[in-house]
Design a protein around this ligand. Structure first.
Ligand code: HEM
Ligand code: HEM
Length: 217
């Protein structure tokens, strides 16, 4: 078995399995977390309404933070939209999804995807440079922040190297690309990239807890 066969076959299958099992493990683990008794008088119902309210309000930045967070916010939007477009709107990827699920959809021209791919990597670098240089962010960042960034960027960078076709054979570049995707899928459920499936659960929980305590949300 050559490297490409290994990457496309066992590596990707193992990664997909870890992704599914790890995601279930985290969601079930959180669902069964013991709830600490709260003897305080509830100041609000703290039900589903409170959860939905905060999911909605947290989609926007609170007025006092607007100016200071504008730059990282734009970069984070570019990075996430870029990730979505490069993964799901690139024709060779759509062919892959079609082979896997039998479903296909229209893609963007390759040149547009390469442009978006470069913009996504640039925004990723802008975010990590800010994290590593801002005194406060630097202090609160840990291994998870840096490693999660690294595994997010790796498929983008290796993907962008494929059409360059320098140094390595196409098959090897593609194999490295697929292995980097496998690494991302394996890590995704366990660190902060778990926000992919937890983001609305955590925001909803914040809403319920805050409303019960009478905090303004
Ligand atoms: C700008 C960024 C990217 C470019 C230019 C790119 C490019 C490519 C190319 C040219 C292929 C080969 C298709 C083929 O010949 O069969 C490929 C395959 C693949 N890419 Fe990307 N890619 C990018 C980003 C990503 C990202 C972010 C992911 C996922 C996180 C991803 C996942 C995959 C997968 C799973 C395959 C495997 C297809 C197969 O087994 O044939 N790619 N990519
Ligand atoms: C439902 C999908 C997703 C949502 C709603 C979401 C939302 C967010 C939000 C709100 C942040 C904080 C941004 C900030 O600091 O201003 C963030 C950060 C981040 N997200 Fe996502 N995300 C999603 C999926 C993903 C996926 C699939 C990946 C990678 C494969 C990813 C990678 C990252 C990274 C690396 C950061 C940290 C950026 C930094 O260092 O500041 N996200 N995401």
């Amino acid at each position: 078995m050559d490297l490409l066969e290994f990457a496309r076959g066992p590596a990707l299958q193992f990664a997909a399995l870890v992704l599914v099992a790890g995601t279930l493990w985290r969601i079930v683990g959180i669902a069964f977390l013991g709830k600490k008794p709260d003897y305080s008088e509830p100041r609000g119902p703290g039900g589903l309404g409170a959860a939905l309210k905060v999911i909605w309000t947290r989609a926007f930045t609170a007025e006092p933070f607007k100016k200071a967070t504008l730059y990282p916010k734009i970069m984070a939007y570019v990075m996430h939209i870029g990730l979505f477009a490069t993964i799901f709107l690139f024709t060779p990827h759509i062919v892959f999804f079609e082979g896997w699920m039998g479903l296909d959809w229209p893609g963007l021209p390759n040149n547009v995807i390469y442009f978006i791919g470069v913009a996504t990597v640039v925004s990723g670098f802008a975010l990590i440079i800010r994290r590593a240089t801002s005194p406060v962010l630097k202090l609160i960042s840990n291994f998870d922040d840096y490693f999660s960034w690294f595994v997010t960027m790796l498929p983008l960078v290796t993907g962008l190297l494929i059409p360059v076709r320098a140094l390595f054979r196409y098959e090897d570049l593609l194999a490295i690309h697929i292995l980097s995707v496998a690494l991302l899928l394996i890590w995704l459920p366990f660190g902060k990239l778990g926000h992919t499936f937890l983001v609305f659960m955590t925001r909803g929980t914040t809403g319920m807890v805050f409303e019960r305590r009478g905090a303004k949300t």
